[in-house]
Design a protein around this ligand. Structure first.
Ligand SMILES: NC(=O)c1ccc[n+]([C@@H]2O[C@H](COP(=O)([O-])OP(=O)(O)OC[C@H]3O[C@@H](n4cnc5c(N)ncnc54)[C@H](OP(=O)(O)O)[C@@H]3O)[C@@H](O)[C@H]2O)c1
Length: 267
């Protein structure tokens, strides 16, 4: 959805948590959400990176962000509950949750894949976002229209040789988003959608394709329109959808009125 144009105040008064906010796409999303008026909660594992994003947001004159260092490899249910308690105390509600942090693991045949790495990838990419979402649902319920975004990949709908646990974790991410979208569709104001960023100039992309010229890929900043659309009020009523961030497309509401998750997820 490269053609969506956000107003400068699209995210005013919204509180948005971004995982993996210290680098790559998460960093760009944090800057962009702050630019559009949101209070952002920067969650990630490397404090220095989070501080650097926070400094950049403040020197640009945007609203003061919150920093929340958390390692998704080791965080427990109690840690996620503590996160929910802190956010409740500070902000009362949560309007956006962008599950962006992921790890790549190994690119190798399954016959060679280390089971320890497999478990780690599945934990960081699937189980941790599940645990976080579960803990934060009560805060999302308080928002007038909360948006949850799960981040998938081109290998999240089509298996690919040598992509191992990363590929499987992205299939699971898509499944998790669909389950939650159906569960919340009629009973809450929470919308749940999936973004496939497409090939984007980040360190994860460079790790996966070391021989590639990075200049061939769009920058994280350039793929922000679909994130803006899904985090802002223009996507109210859109749930259970999958968006390719690098496609030109009309917002679904324009195409077919309010989109119902059930109709779209059975296609
Ligand atoms: N780039 C692409 O071409 C592409 C394509 C398709 C899908 N995606 C998806 O887009 C999302 C962002 O990818 P990216 O390319 O921006 O990746 P990236 O540059 O590697 O950034 C990943 C972020 O996740 C954080 N993270 C990793 N492990 C963590 C942990 N255990 N706890 C907390 N935070 C952790 C990293 O923090 P540290 O820097 O501190 O480690 C970093 O901020 C991922 O879900 C990825 O699968 C990317």
């Amino acid at each position: 959805m490269l053609n969506y144009i956000a107003s400068d105040t699209l995210l005013k008064d919204r509180v948005i948590l971004i995982t993996g906010a210290g680098d790559g796409i998460g960093r760009a999303a944090a800057m962009d959400c702050a630019r559009l008026g949101a209070t952002v909660i920067l969650l990630g594992r490397t404090l220095e990176k989070l501080e650097s994003v926070s400094d950049e947001i403040e020197s640009a004159g945007y609203g003061q962000p919150a920093i929340y260092p958390l390692d998704l490899r080791t965080a427990t249910d109690e840690d996620y509950q503590e996160l929910a308690d802190v956010l409740k105390e500070e902000f009362s509600c949560l309007d956006g949750l962008l599950h962006n942090a992921s790890i790549l693991g190994q690119l190798t045949p399954m016959s060679n894949y280390e089971s320890r790495t497999w478990r780690l990838v599945m934990h960081v990419n699937v189980t941790a976002p599940f645990m976080m979402t579960q803990a934060l649902l009560p805060l999302l319920e308080v928002s007038k229209d909360a948006s949850v975004i799960f981040t998938s990949s081109g290998v999240g709908t089509q298996g690919k040789a040598y992509w191992g646990a990363y590929c499987v974790s992205k299939f699971a991410t898509e499944g998790m988003a669909q389950v939650l979208a159906q569960e919340t569709e009629n009973t809450s104001k929470i919308r749940v959608n999936i973004i496939n960023p497409g090939a984007t100039r980040t360190s994860m992309r460079a790790q996966a394709f070391p021989g590639e010229d990075p200049a061939l890929n769009l920058t994280p900043k350039e793929i922000m329109p679909s994130y803006q659309y899904l985090l802002g009020p223009d996507s109210v009523g859109v749930t259970g959808q999958r968006f390719n961030a690098q496609e030109m497309q009309k917002p679904p509401k324009e195409e077919a009125g309010i989109v119902k998750a059930k109709e779209n997820m059975t296609q």
